[in-house]
Design a protein around this ligand. Structure first.
Ligand SMILES: CC(C)(COP(=O)(O)OP(=O)(O)OC[C@H]1O[C@@H](n2cnc3c(N)ncnc32)[C@H](O)[C@@H]1OP(=O)(O)O)[C@@H](O)C(=O)NCCC(=O)NCCS
Length: 155
């Protein structure tokens, strides 16, 4: 389930499965990409090691540039994208698009969901381009009181 052939991307980036060896790089990426919502260390260990998780990284010259993970919940016939981040130096180069496409291709479930800050226009545009629609709102979901939009896509 978590296998993907390393694929060359524009600008010589590579997308491939992430492993526990990426923990330190992932901690840095999450801190930079989600300064208000940094995961506890245990969540990062979990996303890199737990079964039933699709975890893909984009690297350039061996350095982590982007990361996506999705939990497959078979009992709900749903996968949840738990994180998608690209370091600022690598943005607007199609890395998130490539990571999301590769992740979706591995999710053999009827629907995918995720939550995103209501003000995150970059992410909302990205997901809209992929066909995600607003399915609900989690009021004051984030620690600073911002609402989360729950998005859903039927596969
Ligand atoms: C959102 C994020 C993952 C996009 O990564 P990226 O690699 O720059 O995205 P892509 O280059 O694949 O862009 C795909 C589309 O997303 C949208 N998009 C990306 N960045 C955008 C921005 N700054 N403003 C407006 N739209 C944007 C555009 O529609 C873009 O298509 P286009 O370039 O043809 O206009 C990245 O900005 C990021 O890591 N942000 C911080 C973390 C975050 O918000 N993650 C999502 C939480 S669910």
């Amino acid at each position: 389930m978590n296998q993907v052939s390393p694929a060359a991307l524009p600008g010589s980036a590579i997308v491939e499965p992430a492993t526990w060896r990426d923990l330190n790089s992932l901690r840095n990426l999450e801190k930079v990409c989600f300064p208000l919502d940094v995961w506890p260390l245990w969540d990062m260990v979990g996303v890199l090691t737990f079964p039933g998780v699709v975890r893909l990284k984009a690297t350039r010259d061996g350095e982590l540039a982007g990361f996506i993970a999705a939990d497959i919940r078979r009992s709900e016939n749903t996968a949840w994208i738990s994180t998608l981040g690209v370091l600022p130096a690598f943005r607007r180069q199609g890395l998130a698009t490539t990571l999301l496409r590769a992740c979706e291709a591995q999710l053999q479930v009827p629907r995918i969901r995720l939550s995103v800050r209501a003000s995150n226009l970059a992410a909302l545009r990205l997901y809209s381009q992929f066909g995600y629609k607003q399915q609900g709102i989690w009021s004051e979901y984030y620690s600073d009181g911002e609402d989360a939009w729950v998005l859903e896509k039927a596969l």
